[in-house]
Design a protein around this ligand. Structure first.
Ligand code: HEC
Length: 144
């Protein structure tokens, strides 16, 4: 089957459209401030989100104790994503920084767990816990 010129033209035009859309996308997603993506809002109220974080954090610690590395890594990845969404619970630069730090620490923890590195996993779990505490010190009382 040989390619007809019209088909090539259509493919070329599609490439231009897709390329243009990609360029527009880049222009629109350039971060301006600490604002989230347009219209993004966590589905959980903050208190519920925290109960989930507590549960996942406990699962990670249990996973390390039980050497259930992949389960613990999965919990760490979920916790990383929840922390990522937690950045949009409060419009305050420090709050967003703590949540963003915790998210990255959970990604690092997930990698340590995936590699079954007990010592590194323990250290990184403690580091996550410190960030929980640091954010609570500044924001928990204020909210309550
Ligand atoms: C970026 C800030 C931030 C981080 C990081 C954070 N928290 Fe929280 N947490 C809060 C705030 C604010 C409250 C108070 C919420 C409220 O009273 O509604 C809270 C409350 C809580 C509560 C009480 C929930 C309730 O119903 O009042 C628990 C449990 C909790 N956090 C667990 C954790 C754990 C575990 C971590 C770390 C794995 C963590 N949090 C990390 C901000 C944070």
């Amino acid at each position: 089957m040989r390619e007809s010129p019209s088909r090539i033209t259509i493919v070329g035009a599609a490439a231009v459209v897709i390329g243009g859309a990609a360029l527009l996308g880049i222009a629109q997603t350039t971060p301006k401030t600490s604002e989230g993506p347009p219209g993004f809002k966590p589905v959980q109220p903050l208190g519920r989100m925290m109960e989930g974080q507590k549960l996942l954090y406990a699962q990670i610690k249990d996973g390390i104790t039980d050497e259930a590395w992949e389960e613990a890594a999965t919990a760490a990845w979920i916790l990383a994503e929840i922390a990522n969404a937690n950045r949009y619970q409060k419009d305050h630069p420090d709050y967003r920084r703590f949540a963003g730090t915790m998210s990255q620490q959970c990604v690092d923890l997930a990698n340590a767990l995936h590699h079954r590195d007990a010592k590194l996993s323990k250290d990184r779990t403690i580091a996550v816990g410190r960030t929980c505490g640091a954010c609570h010190d500044q924001f928990q009382k204020e909210v309550k």
